[in-house]
Design a protein around this ligand. Sequence first.
Ligand code: SF4
Length: 285
Amino acid sequence: MSTGSESPLPAKRGVNEVAGHPAAEGESKGLSVEGSKGDAVLDSSTLRPLDAAKQPKYPVYERFYTWQGEGVHLGRAAYFIRLYGCPQHCPWCDSAGTWHPEYRPESVGLMDAQALADAVAAESPAGAVVIITGGEPILFDLAPLTDALHAIGRRVHIETSGIAPLRGELDWVTLSPKPTQKWPLPEVVAHADEVKIIVHEPQDIAAGLATLDGLRDDAVIWLHPEWSRAREREMRVLNAITEAVKADPRLRAGYQMHKLYRADDLDEHSDKRLIPLGGNERLGY
Ligand code: SF4
């Protein structure tokens, strides 16, 4: 749920009318859904609310091959599938194009599980893990997608805030709770292999930890400075992380390494416009 780059703010973008989609309930108006690069195409005038069980097509905001920039799997070659839609609306979101009305694109391509698996196989070598992120990918039934990716021999990871039941066979679950928004379900907390708490203010550490009842003892808990804080070297935030880790060895200090490398930008498919919302007063946050 977090890749991106620093780039100038995009201008407000025009959007079209859209029918409801399971990824974006309550927020999907103003988006057409169409294919690109050979994907399925739906005319906006014919769109209907999608039944995920009958039409397991996923709205793919972007997909790109890069490496994992954070967490236990830092540095591993990874193919990212970023799905559209998120109800969490974090004020510092760095994937605002997946939900924010100022940033979302005019259209989002729909791809079914096999088309995505084919793209992964064509655009990344065997051994690269696949990371399904968003937006909020847990809103979708990922079972067809994880089955298709396993069929081509890929490990499948998810990055989620855990607000709905997990569907699909996931090889690794990264939980990023959003304590000021909707909390993760206990069943997702119990499945988490690692946790990523985003620290915008020092008190976010305790708030994030409070959401983790039932976390496995072997799950890794990362404290990540929210990117605008890290970028500006906000020492009160960085020092709070340092002190928390020193006080509780369960915790680890994290960083979004890919943003230093700007690694994601190198893939032609990645969205170069993704930016953190953090601290943008013009947008009202
Ligand atoms: S959970 Fe928050 S940070 Fe992640 S995509 Fe949604 S709004 Fe953005």
